[in-house]
Design a protein around this ligand. Structure first.
Ligand SMILES: CC(C)(COP(=O)(O)OP(=O)(O)OC[C@H]1O[C@@H](n2cnc3c(N)ncnc32)[C@H](O)[C@@H]1OP(=O)(O)O)[C@@H](O)C(=O)NCCC(=O)NCCS
Length: 145
């Protein structure tokens, strides 16, 4: 199902839901701490877009962008809403910000890897023991045609 016009920049009112989604998906909170530390959601290089359903944030993506490059720091969708195209809708919006997008993903996160590949990201290289538990990181890139 295609979804339109439900994505916009996050506001502090979204933080509660973003935290909830991150707790559910990763068991820790990252995005809102990052936004508090870099409070430039409308003008700086760090941006957070949210997907809202009935006004409530059910998905978010936080990324840095400079020149034509984008680095995704985190993307997450409320678990009960997975596989409804929300993550892909958020990625489509992020693609408007740059010509090259990079993302680092845990080698064990096969769901996310499939998700990036479906959204035209290609594997670039492996960073051995990149994560704190010594897990490898896989580096994926998307380039505008
Ligand atoms: C990864 C994530 C953001 C995807 O969001 P989503 O809204 O479920 O993704 P979409 O519905 O747009 O899925 C697009 C494609 O990705 C693939 N995909 C998505 N979730 C998948 C899953 N759980 N298992 C296998 N493939 C999956 C499917 O091929 C899907 O295409 P299809 O619907 O045509 O089959 C979401 O699963 C999530 O929040 N995961 C936990 C957080 C996380 O791991 N983030 C990435 C960290 S780097």
């Amino acid at each position: 199902m295609k979804r339109f016009n439900k994505v916009s920049l996050s506001t502090p009112e979204d933080y509660f839901m973003i935290n909830l989604i991150e707790q559910e998906n990763f068991n820790h909170i990252f995005t809102t701490k990052y936004l508090d530390f870099n409070p430039h959601n409308d003008s700086g290089i760090t941006k957070c877009l949210v997907y809202r359903e009935s006004g409530l944030c059910v998905g978010y993506v936080i990324f840095n962008h400079w020149d034509d490059q984008v680095e995704i720091l985190m993307i997450g969708v409320k678990k009960e809403m997975w596989n409804h195209g929300i993550g892909s809708t958020l990625l489509r919006e992020v693609k408007r910000y740059g010509l090259i997008i990079t993302i680092e993903v845990r080698a064990s996160n096969t769901n996310a890897i499939k998700f990036y590949e479906v959204n035209d990201f290609v594997f670039s290289h492996r960073k051995e023991k990149y994560y704190d538990n010594n897990e490898d990181g896989l580096y994926y890139i998307w380039k505008k045609n």
